[in-house]
Design a protein around this ligand. Structure first.
Ligand code: BDP
Length: 685
């Protein structure tokens, strides 16, 4: 197996399970005229049954005993107002579905019911999932979030910013005439998770993507994704009309500019009638934006929103901003998004959503939740997670992100909105998908795509349950439990060998892969690791209390109070919020210095444990996928050792403290680690 089939492998079931599945699907009936979406459902069901049972079910037009019946009220009048299922069905909205063993027209059937064809498709995938894993039929399900999106950071030249799985899957050169089968398989995989939108191009966007040839290419992709319920969106560069020399400014309040964008929207909607809208990175890391014209983010977002509103389009405006100038060591980059966006709450147009990264710095192995969640009650917010692991060892190191998503989503904001998940209207995941045969570079990284999709559908889903589902579908029932154990420990392992106890952003310049806590010479202070860890003879950590940057004040008072004291700050965020002396006493009774060393050692030990657990699984995993992961897990051990040794060597050089007895000295002197470089690291786009 090469991993191309993802979690839709549909491998043969054992005999007992086959009998059960067969009994539910002697025939497949979808009353009414077929649509592209019901065709997709039928094809997928047949593919699944052929794989699991060895033969497909005959599609039938008549309902009979043992039929798998897919129906909406419009397709089957029995599901109308008089049906006992009516109320339950109505509550499921446009995308929900229910699965039920019931009687219809006097026959025992397995019913997949929904209000729309797309609900039927989602129901078909759910039924297949249950059939493959032996799960009991899910009674009913509807997405909790309206927008469930992938964000591709894919460039038009097919490089992928922060991509670690080959080239972009979008072959812009070949499109629109040549349509890779992979686009359809991409649509199937996403629909199986309930993902309903995709931004095709990088947030660091180019004007060309909004020219006629690229609009035609995007339209070709949209045509393929449409039957699967997935809308296409584009990242727009704010200065597009100016750069294309079609206006004399990009000022969002200029009538000329407003008219240009309105015309552009008309042009797009002519060929992509269900175009989703624009994603915008503005006034961030050198990107143009409304502030170039002394306008606000709201002015910029609302201008674009007005252009797409007549077509029911939306604008997702990113809150990932930090000032280009003036950031000196005393400022705190973590505060900037809140400072700029919180005052704008209430001033965005109705079809604008503000897209906020999970944490206030940047996709670190662990961050406290972004203080904007819960702070913008009048603005719909989209959570942006990074599925591609820029700061967690690329697709080289194993780190299951379900636990990271869960940790963020379940955190109580201590505002009236409750948990972070409750503050959301949507979820966007920076895709980890590329042209690699297995899609995501490593097999285990498929799980991060999977977990993102399942948790966007249900942000209350448990990371462990999602891991179990994925593991059973991907490696089979027998491997499920041990694979889940590996997954559940994997992200904490990375945290420990990279950034334990709340350390952050101490990765190497540009590539963000290896350790470089010593870097202090970059153009902007807030790009330097030393800015973030602030280690010196007297201690380590970033003081974000009232004595320091007071970033804490951006959180609800209850959190601010709790985190103001290191004793009541969760250990995992200790050095995120506090600068503490090396001999500070930890809950373990060790000094902070000793605890830091323990964490680094634990990271290495757990990386070794992951490696050993995989070796033990060898009899249960097919040869190719086993070998591919084995190589990665071996390399991860080396990477963990490198991180541990380099960080210990550096922090020791700063603290001047001896290593306690039993702690192994780094293999090389600090200068060796400083001399390592990664000139051809992938994904810098
Ligand atoms: C950072 C990445 C950079 C992205 C930026 C963003 O290093 O490549 O362009 O985020 O989200 O994490 O805009």
């Amino acid at each position: 197996e090469d991993g191309y089939d993802l979690w839709l492998r549909h491998r043969p079931l054992d005999r007992a399970a086959q009998a059960g599945v067969q009994a539910q699907a002697r025939s497949i009936v979808i009353p009414g005229a077929p649509s592209p979406t019901t065709q997709a459902a039928l094809t997928e069901l047949n593919r699944g049954l052929a794989g699991m049972l060895g033969h497909a079910s005959a599609p039938a037009s008549r309902i009979a005993d043992g039929a798998l019946l897919l129906a909406t009220p419009a397709r089957l009048p029995e599901l109308g107002a008089a049906s006992p299922l009516h109320a339950e069905l109505a509550a499921l909205g446009n995308e929900g579905y229910l699965l039920r063993q019931t009687r219809v027209q006097g026959h025992n059937v397995t019913l997949i019911a929904a209000n729309s064809d797309i609900g039927l498709l989602y129901g078909a995938y759910a039924w297949l999932r249950d059939a493959a894993t032996g799960a009991r039929l899910e009674a009913s399900s509807a997405p909790k979030l309206q927008l469930r999106m992938l964000n591709h950071w894919d460039n038009l030249d097919r490089t992928v910013e922060r991509g670690y799985s080959g080239q972009s899957i979008w072959d812009w050169w070949a499109l629109p005439d040549i349509k890779d089968q992979r686009y359809t398989d991409y649509a199937r995989a996403n629909a199986s998770l309930g993902i309903n939108g995709t931004v095709l191009n990088n947030v660091n966007s180019k004007p060309e993507v909004l020219t006629a040839p690229f609009i035609a290419k995007a339209a070709a992709v949209a045509d393929i994704l449409r039957p699967y319920g997935i809308k296409v969106y584009l990242s727009a560069r704010f200065s597009t009309p100016l750069e294309l020399k079609e206006t004399s400014t990009a000022d969002p309040l200029s009538p000329e500019v407003r008219a240009w964008w309105a015309r552009k929207a008309d042009e797009i909607y002519k060929v992509i009638p269900d175009f989703g809208g624009f994603l915008v990175k503005a006034n961030s890391e050198g990107q143009p934006g409304p502030q170039d014209y002394h306008r606000t983010h709201a002015d910029g977002a609302n201008m674009l929103a007005a252009a797409v509103a007549p077509h029911k389009g939306i604008v997702m405006w990113r809150a990932f901003v930090y000032a280009p100038k003036g950031a000196h060591l005393a400022d705190d980059r973590a505060k900037q998004a809140y400072d700029e966006f919180k005052p704008l709450d209430g001033s965005f147009a109705a079809n604008v959503l503000v897209q906020v990264k999970n944490g206030a710095i940047d996709f670190q192995p662990r961050e406290p939740f972004h203080p904007l969640f819960g702070a913008m009650p009048k603005t719909p917010l989209v959570m942006e997670f990074q599925i591609t692991k820029e700061y967690l060892g690329y697709s080289t190191d194993m780190a299951y992100l379900g636990t990271l998503f869960e940790e963020t989503l379940e955190t109580d904001t201590k505002t009236s909105t409750g948990a972070v998940a409750q503050t959301l209207s949507g979820m966007a995941g920076v895709a980890n998908i590329g042209s690699d045969r297995n899609w995501t570079g490593s097999h285990f990284d498929q799980a991060n795509w999977y977990a993102f999709g399942r948790m966007a559908w249900n942000p209350q889903a448990r990371a462990r349950d999602v891991a179990a589902e994925w593991a059973a579908l991907t490696f089979g029932k027998r491997a499920e439990a041990p694979v889940v154990d590996m997954m559940m420990m994997s992200r904490e392992t990375v945290v420990n060998y990279m950034t334990p106890l709340g350390l952050h952003h101490i990765m190497g310049t540009g590539h963000h892969f290896g350790p470089a806590p010593w870097v202090d010479n970059l153009e902007r202070p807030d790009w330097n690791p030393v800015y973030y860890h602030r280690a010196s003879r007297d201690g380590i950590g970033f003081d974000r209390t009232a004595k320091g940057s007071n970033a804490l004040e951006q959180y609800a008072p209850e959190i601010a109070r709790q985190y103001a004291d290191p004793k009541t700050t969760p250990e995992q965020f200790l050095l995120w919020f506090h600068h503490l002396p090396w001999d500070y006493t930890m809950p373990s009774a060790r000094t902070l210095w000793a605890e830091l060393l323990v964490r680094y050692d634990k990271g290495v030990a757990d990386a070794r444990s992951l490696q050993a657990r995989w070796v033990a699984l060898k009899p249960l995993i097919d040869a190719r996928r086993y070998a591919e992961e084995e190589q990665r897990l071996n390399r991860q051990v080396n990477n963990a050792v490198l991180w541990r040794d380099a960080c210990i060597a550096y922090f020791q050089s700063v603290s001047g403290l001896a290593l306690p007895p039993g702690v192994k000295a780094p293999a090389h002197p600090l200068d060796y680690y400083k001399s390592l470089s990664y000139p051809y690291a992938p994904g810098r786009g």
